[in-house]
Unconditional design. Structure first.
Length: 569
C-alpha cells in the first residue's frame, strides 16, 4: 500500500509491485479517463471515534492521491442527526491531522449538499424512478422477500409522478410524522441483489442536525448521499471497504439515472485485527456500558486511544503499509501492530530505569553518606544524544521477580550467595535476607565490588545476569497503568450460546500500580515516551498533572511477531 510522502521502512517505491487499486488507477491514467486526474476522499460518518481500521483507509486514500499527484478530500457523511455529534467531528479531524495527513482546503460535509441531493431526488421522481411509500419499516422489509425469493411490489409503487412529487415536497415541509412515509428508488423488486429492491432514498427524521439545525426534517440515506457526494466533488476513485461491493450496482444506478459525474467505486478488504472489535456500534456499547473509560481509553482500538497509549503516527502508517491492500477479508495478527510500534519506539524513546514491584536492597559495604552518578545511554539507537547520569546510592530498589530465595536451576538473577551486575553500575552479592513476621521479604542485604563499575579495573568481570534498579532516595514515585489486550479471545465475537462479545472481555486488561522511576522524567509532558529498561515502553498519560505523573504501558519489550520470524506478510 502506498502511504504517500512518508518513509516506507527501506522499500523503495519503484521496487514495489503495484497493488490492484494502483493498477486500476494506472490504467485509468493511461486511457485518459478523467483527463488523467486522481481525486480520492476519506468519508467518515461522525457517529463515533475513528479506529485502527479507519487509519488503514486514511493511509490508503491519502497515499493514492499523493502517489499519483492528485487531490484528497475529507468529507463527513453526516446524514443521520440521531447518531452524529460535533465531538465526533472534532475527534476525526484531530486524528487525521495527527496521522500526518492534510486535506488542505478540501473539508466537506454531505450536509453541504442537502439541497442538491433533494433536487436530484425530485429528478428521479419526475423520471418515474422514485416514489413515496407509506409502508412501515417492517412492511418494507417483508415486501423485499429474501435472496432466494423475489420481493413484492409496494402498493404505492405506481403512484403518478405528480402525486409522488407533491408527497415528497410535503415530506420536506414537515407535514408528516417520522416513519409515516419514505422516498424509495424504483428499480427491481426481483433483483438477486437485495440492495436493488427499491431501496429507501429519503426518510423523515425530526431531529436537530449538528450543522443545519432544524432546517431539514428529511434526510438522505447513506447509500444515496454517499455516491452523489462523490459525484459532486468529482471524486475519480471512491475507495470503499469490501462490504460495499454489493452496494456498487446501486451506486452506479444512481449515477446513470441522474446523469452526473461518474465516480468509480473500488472495494478493498477492511482491516480485521485479532483480539480486537472493529465495530463502532460495539465500541460505543463498551463506552456507554462503562466497560472502558471512554473512546480514548488506551485499551480501545481507536486512534485517540492508541495515541494516548503511546502509539506514534509513524508506527500506524508503517503498520498500514506493511499489511497492504487485499481483495478478500483476512485477519491480521495484532502482534504485527505491536511490533510496528516497538520498532518505532526503539528508535525514539528515552531510556530510563524503573521498578514496578519493588523490594529494598541495601549495599552494606557502601558508605551511608555517599551517592554518585553512573553513566547510562539516552538511547542506543541515537548515539548523537550522548549519555545521561543516573544517581546511585547505598539503598536501591529492585524488582521482586529479580530475586528468589530458593531459585530453580535456570534462574540466573539474584539469590543468596549469588552475584549479579546492576546495570551501568557494580556487581553485587547477596549476603542476607530480612523478612517480616509474615515471612515476606522486606530487605535484601548485599555487598558490592567497588572495582566493577565501568572504567574501573574489574569492569569486565563476567556474571550471569544483569538487573535494573532505582536509587531509593532519588526515585520518583509515579502511577503506572499496565494495559493488556481488552479481549481474551482471538475472535471476540466467538461467544457461548446466549452470550455476546462482552463475555470475552479480559478482566485483567488494566492493572494499576505505584512505580519508582529514576531521574530524568520529572519534567515529562503528556504523550512523552520512554523505555523502562527491561520492562517495556511507556507513555505519559494525559491525566498527569505537575507533581503527579501517570504512565501508560504502550507495549512490552517482548516481541512475539519478530521472534516468530513474521517480518513479512
Amino acid at each position: 500500500m502506498t502511504n504517500g510522502n512518508f518513509p516506507d521502512k527501506g522499500k523503495k517505491e519503484e521496487e514495489r509491485s503495484l497493488n490492484f487499486i494502483e493498477q486500476i488507477i494506472t490504467e485509468d491514467i493511461k486511457s485518459g479517463k478523467n483527463e488523467g486526474r486522481v481525486h480520492t476522499r476519506f468519508p467518515p460518518e461522525p457517529n463515533g471515534y475513528l479506529h485502527i481500521g479507519h487509519a488503514k483507509s486514511i493511509c490508503l486514500n491519502y497515499g493514492l492521491a499523493n502517489k499519483f499527484k492528485g487531490l484528497y478530500n475529507l468529507r463527513f457523511d453526516d446524514t443521520n442527526p440521531l447518531t452524529e455529534e460535533v465531538e465526533y467531528v472534532d475527534s476525526i479531524m484531530e486524528d487525521v491531522r495527527w496521522l500526518g495527513f492534510d486535506w488542505e482546503d478540501r473539508l466537506y460535509y454531505a450536509s453541504d449538499y442537502f439541497e442538491q441531493l433533494c433536487q436530484w431526488a425530485e429528478k428521479l421522481i419526475m423520471k418515474g424512478k422514485a416514489y413515496v411509500c407509506e409502508l412501515s419499516s417492517e412492511e418494507i422489509a417483508a415486501h423485499k422477500g429474501s435472496p432466494t425469493r423475489p420481493g413484492k411490489d409496494s402498493p404505492f409503487r405506481n403512484r403518478p409522478v405528480d402525486e409522488n412529487l407533491d408527497q415528497f415536497r410535503r415530506m420536506r415541509k414537515g407535514e408528516f410524522k417520522e416513519g409515516e412515509k419514505v422516498l424509495r428508488a424504483k428499480i427491481d423488486m426481483s433483483s438477486p441483489n437485495m440492495h436493488m429492491r427499491d431501496p429507501i432514498v429519503y426518510r423523515i427524521i425530526h431531529a436537530h442536525h449538528h450543522r443545519t439545525g432544524d432546517k431539514w426534517c428529511i434526510y438522505p440515506t447513506y447509500d444515496y448521499a454517499h455516491g452523489q457526494s462523490d459525484s459532486i466533488e468529482e471524486i475519480t476513485h471512491s475507495i470503499c471497504t469490501l462490504e460495499f461491493e454489493v452496494h456498487r450496482p446501486l451506486y452506479d444506478w444512481f449515477i446513470r439515472e441522474l446523469e452526473i459525474f461518474p465516480s468509480r467505486q473500488i472495494e478493498f478488504a477492511r482491516l480485521n485485527l485479532s483480539y480486537t472489535i472493529m465495530s463502532k456500534r460495539k465500541l460505543l456499547q463498551l463506552v456507554r456500558e462503562g466497560h472502558v473509560s471512554g473512546w480514548t481509553d488506551p485499551r480501545m482500538p481507536t486512534i485517540s486511544g492508541l495515541r494516548r497509549r503511546g502509539y506514534t503516527p509513524e508506527s500506524i502508517r508503517f503498520f498500514a503499509d506493511r499489511i497492504g491492500v487485499a481483495k478478500r477479508d483476512n485477519v491480521i495478527d495484532v502482534a504485527l501492530l505491536e511490533h510496528s510500534v516497538r520498532e518505532d519506539l526503539n528508535k525514539i524513546a528515552t531510556r530510563v530505569m524503573a521498578v514496578l514491584h519493588p523490594v529494598k536492597l541495601v549495599i552494606t559495604n557502601y558508605p551511608e553518606d555517599k551517592s554518585e552518578e553512573v553513566d547510562a545511554v539516552v538511547n542506543p539507537e541515537m548515539p548523537e544524544l550522548g549519555r545521561r547520569k543516573v544517581p546511585f546510592s547505598r539503598e536501591i530498589l529492585i524488582e521482586k521477580d529479580d530475586f528468589m530465595e530458593d531459585p530453580p536451576k535456570k534462574f540466573f538473577r539474584l539469590a543468596p550467595g549469588r552475584e549479579v551486575r546492576l546495570k551501568y553500575a557494580y556487581i553485587i552479592k547477596c549476603e542476607e535476607v530480612v523478612k517480616n513476621d509474615a515471612g515476606e521479604i522486606t530487605e535484601i542485604r548485599c555487598t558490592y565490588d567497588p572495582l566493577t563499575r565501568s572504567g574501573l579495573p574489574d569492569a569486565n568481570r563476567k556474571v550471569k545476569s544483569t538487573i535494573h534498579w532505582v536509587s531509593a532516595p532519588h526515585a520518583n514515585e509515579v502511577e503506572v497503568r499496565l494495559f493488556d489486550r481488552l479481549f481474551l479471545k482471538e475472535d471476540p465475537d466467538e461467544a457461548e450460546e446466549g452470550k455476546d462479545f462482552k463475555s470475552n472481555l479480559n478482566p485483567d486488561s488494566l492493572k494499576v500500580t505505584k512505580g519508582h522511576v529514576s531521574s530524568g522524567i520529572e519534567n515529562a509532558s503528556p504523550l512523552d515516551k520512554f523505555q523502562f529498561e527491561r520492562l517495556g515502553y511507556f507513555c505519559v498519560d494525559e491525566d498527569s498533572t505537575p507533581g503527579r505523573l501517570i504512565f501508560n504501558r504502550t507495549v512490552t519489550l517482548r516481541d512475539a511477531w519478530a521472534r516468530m520470524g513474521k517480518n513479512q506478510l
